[in-house]
Design a protein around this ligand. Structure first.
Ligand SMILES: NC(=O)c1ccc[n+]([C@@H]2O[C@H](COP(=O)([O-])OP(=O)(O)OC[C@H]3O[C@@H](n4cnc5c(N)ncnc54)[C@H](OP(=O)(O)O)[C@@H]3O)[C@@H](O)[C@H]2O)c1
Length: 169
């Protein structure tokens, strides 16, 4: 099983506000879609709720929702687990697909704290958005970092950003 994490954050490690994203960056959305298509995507219940109903479950991906609610009624096309351990155990033998941790803040934190993450795709958005939800502070010394691509601000994308791939040393 390979576990990756994908996130977009601002210069303060901010990832969201009022249970929503904070920017309009179609090029980054495209990168998220291309990278996760065909894979398993693991998300917190709040993140799932924040996806507009017409876009969920995220198509052509196995949607996994983490919730502590034992009676959670997962929507058609979704699987739910009550802990990250149960979830990771369920995909332990997975060889074809990557398990992508797609947030939000609580789920990124437990996935990193519990040492499940092998690599991270981080979009660094070059602006500050007054977030209320953050990516956890992590120890850069534990990761090799490579820049995958950079984008300039344009009519469609409101800020410049860079996508970096972090691989655990
Ligand atoms: N910028 C990005 O790349 C990005 C990506 C994703 C999300 N976001 C943003 O992040 C924000 C949402 O993040 P969040 O931190 O508020 O919530 P979250 O991580 O999406 O979800 C939190 C929920 O996950 C469940 N949960 C947490 N820990 C658990 C555990 N140990 N075991 C089982 N279930 C657990 C609980 O669900 P129950 O309450 O049902 O028990 C909890 O309320 C939004 O603003 C969203 O737009 C940003």
């Amino acid at each position: 099983m390979k576990v990756a994490l994908i996130v977009a954050m601002d210069i303060e490690r901010g990832i969201g506000k009022d249970n929503d994203l904070m920017w309009h960056l179609p090029e980054d959305m495209k990168f998220f879609k291309e990278t996760t298509l065909g894979q398993v995507v693991v998300m917190g219940r709040k993140n799932y709720d924040s996806i507009p109903t017409k876009y969920r479950p995220l198509p052509k991906r196995e949607n996994v929702i983490l919730t502590r609610n034992k009676n959670y009624n997962a929507e058609k096309g979704c699987v739910a687990f009550n802990s990250i351990k149960e979830c990771m155990d369920a995909y332990k033998a997975e060889t074809e697909r990557t398990v992508f941790i797609i947030g939000g803040g609580e789920i990124y934190k437990i996935a990193l704290d519990e040492g499940y993450v092998d690599e991270m795709y981080i979009t660094h958005v070059n602006d500050n958005y007054r977030p209320d939800t953050f990516f956890p502070d992590f120890d850069l010394a534990q990761w090799n970092v490579k820049t995958i691509k950079t984008y300039e601000k344009d009519e469609e994308n409101e800020a410049s950003f860079a996508v970096l791939k972090y691989t655990r040393k």
